[in-house]
Design a protein around this ligand. Structure first.
Ligand SMILES: *Cc1c(COP(=O)(O)O)cnc(C)c1O
Length: 492
């Protein structure tokens, strides 16, 4: 059975189930597998395999304390008719293959993992004999919150609380969350940005006294953010699937390398691509795309992670992040599993807001390319790609495409490339509509109609008529109220 260890060295748990329930390690580190399993499918067998089949192999290899039947139950429950038949359409447009990860219920890639996390978690509870109610705390930059709410709504034995930045999400994202139904769902806007929300949630997780009081009430906290290994691993599957699709399409032969471009915020999605390569998918470059909050671009180029900078609110809000949690996992792997080095770096980040990594880690970063796109380049890219190919991208995916174009220009590298397409263009329809030359609307929700008519594409079910649904969650709180709100809710 695989062991899950804290990236900071303070805790290790036999089997994934315990790590998934716990969410974050007791020393505030993130759980990482002690060893990355090798993919148990030959590359030339990938072409033509069904998504669910690949997901079962990949997830089962990491979570080997789950039985084959348990993994199959989780995968089949998650990737059913909530998704299109192929689950993740792979579409060639312009110079790249777009991995359309946003075809689930909430129109962002977060559905890929948050559709399965409730299954993995409730199965973990059964397996470990955990007798407490699981209370999911989630900080969101917009998309995780809704996907987590949708995944956990009315799941017996769970309660879910979501915190989102009051002024940091799009109108559609906000409407999706505050209209959420389900007796076990709770949503609060916080006066602060995503980093404040994420730091607040991590603080609650490390409050042992509070954990004890909640335990007395029969509650145990867990996380639906990508700090939870149960969220990260399901994401590895779609990169493996994407590789198979490129073989099927004749773009590569089994064994050929590909590039993977990921619009990045918390570094979870691109880390999943890195895990896919450690499992055996041949990758040339991981292209890490940021918006104006380009702390990761600078880090990849210098080895210095420095959050002492202005925070920008952009039109790719799910990437408005300065503290990328999952980078900690990458550093752990690149350091060769040196948890004391990681603990030291993270404590520096806490105290000095900045750290520089060792030469060994810098060496390991060579397979990453970092770039960024500002709002005007992002919008321009959406317009250009639509005009040339009739392919519509959302703002996050457009950041990725622009950075990929810059990369190609800088390097001349024409390795076949996958771009992680992370959201439906309808989710950010005001920016997208204006970028393809449509007129200004008075109401933000009118852009969905406008975009639908102009492009001949239907509005995704979950996004239609959002402004007409009843608002069920009206709370707006200060960051320092987060702990008391959680305790109050869970007392009941
Ligand atoms: C969450 C999100 C991202 C960033 O993903 P990370 O795993 O946090 O790096 C990018 N695009 C969209 C649309 C998202 O919702």
């Amino acid at each position: 059975m695989r062991t899950y260890v804290s990236s900071r060295g303070g805790q290790s748990i036999e089997g994934a189930a315990g790590a998934i329930i716990r969410g974050i390690a007791s020393d505030k580190g993130l759980f990482v597998p002690d060893e990355i399993p090798v993919l148990d499918i030959k590359l030339d067998e990938l072409a033509g395999m069904k998504y669910q089949e690949i997901a079962r192999k990949v997830i089962g290899a990491f979570f080997d304390d789950y039985t084959e039947n348990e993994i199959a139950y989780c995968v089949n429950g998650a990737y059913d008719d909530k998704f299109p038949k192929e689950v993740v359409p792979v579409v060639k447009a312009g110079d790249a293959y777009f991995l359309e990860l946003y075809r689930g219920r909430t129109s962002a890639f977060k559905d890929m993992a948050l559709s399965i996390l409730p299954y993995l978690l409730t199965t973990a509870v059964k397996k470990t004999g955990e007798d407490k109610k699981i209370c999911i705390l989630t900080a969101t930059s917009g998309d995780t919150g809704k996907a987590a709410l949708e995944g956990f709504a009315n799941v017996p034995g769970t309660e879910i609380i979501v915190f989102f930045p009051e002024d940091g999400v799009s109108a559609v994202q906000k409407a999706q969350m505050v209209t959420q139904e389900g007796d076990n769902t709770h949503v609060f806007a916080i006066r602060g940005n995503f980093d404040d929300a994420q730091t607040g949630v991590k603080k609650i997780f490390s409050d042992d006294a509070m954990a004890e009081r909640l335990a007395d009430k029969g509650c145990k906290l867990s996380s639906a953010n990508s700090i939870n290994i149960g969220r990260l691993i399901p994401q590895v599957a779609y990169y493996v699937y994407g590789y198979g699709k490129l073989i099927e399409d004749g773009a590569i032969k089994p064994g050929d390398k590909i590039n993977i471009v990921v619009p990045t915020g918390n570094f979870g999605n691109i880390l999943a691509a890195y895990y896919a390569s450690l499992m055996g998918i041949p990758v040339n470059k991981f292209i890490c795309a940021s918006n104006e909050n380009k702390v990761l671009t600078d880090f990849i180029n210098t080895g210095i992670y420095d959050t002492r900078r202005d925070f920008h609110i952009t039109n790719s809000p799910s990437m408005d992040i300065l503290i990328s949690s999952n980078l900690e996992r990458l550093l752990y792997h690149l350091s060769g599993g040196d948890s004391s080095e990681i603990a030291e770096l993270m404590s520096k980040l806490d105290s000095e807001k900045c750290y520089e990594v060792s030469d060994k880690i810098k060496e390991g970063l060579q397979c990453f390319y970092g770039g960024f796109a500002d709002v005007s380049d992002t919008n321009k890219t959406i317009g250009e790609i639509y005009a040339a190919n009739k392919y519509l991208m959302d703002t996050h995916t457009a950041v990725a495409y622009k950075v990929y174009e810059d990369y190609r220009e800088a390097t001349g590298d024409d390795t076949p490339t996958i771009i992680a397409s992370t959201a439906s263009p309808f989710k950010f329809s005001d920016s997208v509509a204006k970028s393809v030359g449509l007129s200004e609307c008075e109401n933000e929700f009118d852009y969905l109609e406008e975009l639908s008519e102009a492009t001949g594409t239907a509005i995704p079910d979950g996004l239609a008529n959002l402004d007409k649904k009843e608002v069920r969650h009206k709370g707006v709180i200060d960051i320092d109220e987060m702990p008391s709100i959680v305790e109050e809710l869970l007392q009941k």
